[in-house]
Design a binder for this molecule. Structure first.
Ligand code: COA
Length: 263
């Protein structure tokens, strides 16, 4: 093996929900750059196809499966098609997410449920459906969380509740699946450039400047920075790391709660 280890995931297979766009897509690209075969899972076939075509045009190996992560049977189908196409699964990324900024009194029970179902139930469905088909030991599960999970933030009650659930779910899986060699971790992004989430949460230049003022590093993060953290966490370099919640937020969550949305 080369000491430069430029193909950290050679021969591995990754299933990435939310892999058709945003942070999930960039993580999948990074995995493909490092030799993994990737299955992109999401709701919209056209977005998945475009993302897969871009990866394949750069020499990657990618396939797609359109499904809503809220549908457990559908997720079993996505796992089966990954298994049929690429064999056992080494990496699972639960990246599918939904969000809209609204106060509690501005959202219906169905609005709250929609976000909790996509984020929390979707993460459960993905992990639960995948487990039987992951290569054990050595498999790695990564869920995408948010600082709202531990830092309650106005307009984000639904997301905060869902992400807090994800943090506990993933830590519980780390305990339950650790003995079989499956590592489970969360990544907590901060405000990240060029994502649908930030287009919703900081839609104007003023909102962006306000957000940046709440970040100790005084800038938005990039999808590449999150992809690098995901690459590390699912590589052998992180072989003894499980049950963690890893912040990649420029220090934002150290700042005063809610400052970045309300200043
Ligand atoms: N404010 C208040 N309520 C809202 C809302 C908003 N901005 N946007 C949607 N809702 C409510 C809807 O009114 C509906 O409730 P109702 O049936 O009582 O009227 C409920 O949320 C579900 O909306 P619907 O569009 O049917 O759900 P969906 O499952 O298709 O969409 C969402 C899920 C709402 C999360 C949608 O924003 C989405 O699809 N997001 C995916 C992309 C995304 O959010 N990316 C960012 C990730 S950080």
């Amino acid at each position: 093996m080369s000491i430069f280890r430029d193909h950290l995931l050679q021969g591995k297979t990754a299933l990435v929900t939310g892999g058709g766009s945003g942070i999930g897509q960039r993580m999948a690209e990074r995995f493909a750059e490092h030799g993994a075969r990737v299955m992109l899972v999401g709701r919209k076939q056209e977005k998945l196809d475009a993302a897969a075509a871009a990866m394949c045009s750069r020499g990657g190996v990618a396939a797609t499966h359109a499904v809503d992560v809220r549908d457990y049977a559908g997720m079993e189908g996505a796992v089966k098609s990954t298994r049929d196409r690429f064999g056992e699964i080494d990496i699972v990324v639960c990246g599918a997410a939904g969000n809209f900024p609204a106060p509690v009194l501005g959202m219906s029970a169905n609005g709250f449920k929609a976000v909790v179902d996509i984020d929390l139930l979707g993460t459960f469905n993905t992990c639960r459906a995948a487990y039987e088909h992951v290569r054990k030991p050595g498999a790695s599960v990564i869920a995408i969380s948010a600082s709202f999970a531990f830092q309650p933030t106005a307009m984000q009650a639904h997301v905060g509740a869902a992400k807090a659930g994800i943090d506990v779910l993933i830590k519980t899986l780390a305990i339950e699946w650790g003995p079989s060699g499956v590592r489970c971790n969360c990544i907590t992004p901060g405000p990240t450039d060029d994502t649908e989430g930030m287009r919703r949460l900081a839609p104007t230049d003023e909102a962006r400047r306000r957000t940046e003022r709440g970040v100790p590093l005084r800038r938005f993060g990039t999808k590449d920075e999150l992809a690098d953290l995901a690459l590390f966490l699912c590589s052998d370099a992180a072989a003894y790391i499980t049950g963690g919640v890893y912040l990649c937020d420029g220090g934002m969550s150290l700042a005063r709660p809610a400052a970045w949305l309300e200043q």
